[in-house]
Design a protein around this ligand. Structure first.
Ligand SMILES: [Zn+2]
Length: 117
């Protein structure tokens, strides 16, 4: 069930819009309304999609503890760790599977543009 390029570009545009929306809202108040870590994850995904041009087949390395994609030293698995929680228990999967894990863990889709909070 491969998405075509058009769908991928749409997803990419949604992510770009969502990053912009959250960053703009965060600038308004004294306290950020949106979790900055999540915005950083969005940016990582945006970069990956931009480079790979294939949303379905993007492999991601994520932290098994907090599901963050912010993994340091990703090129060397022996010393790689999660920037958010420091854990070294990492796993690689496809981005769509990671999204399912994220939804199961946090009760909402990672990319949910219909939500208007
Ligand atoms: Zn983590």
């Amino acid at each position: 069930m491969g998405k075509n390029l058009e769908d991928m570009m749409k997803t990419l545009q949604q992510i770009i819009n969502e990053i912009e929306r959250r960053e703009n809202l965060n600038k308004l108040g004294p306290f950020p309304q949106y979790n900055r870590e999540v915005i950083e994850d969005f940016k990582i995904i945006k970069e990956m999609i931009s480079q790979k041009k294939d949303y379905d087949n993007v492999p991601v390395t994520y932290c098994k503890t907090c599901l963050s994609l912010k993994v340091k030293n990703i090129e060397n698995p022996n010393v790689a760790y999660c920037v958010d929680c420091g854990n070294t228990d990492l796993e690689e999967t496809h981005i769509l599977d990671w999204e399912k894990l994220y939804e199961a863990e946090y009760g909402e889709k990672f990319l949910n543009t219909n939500k208007d909070d």
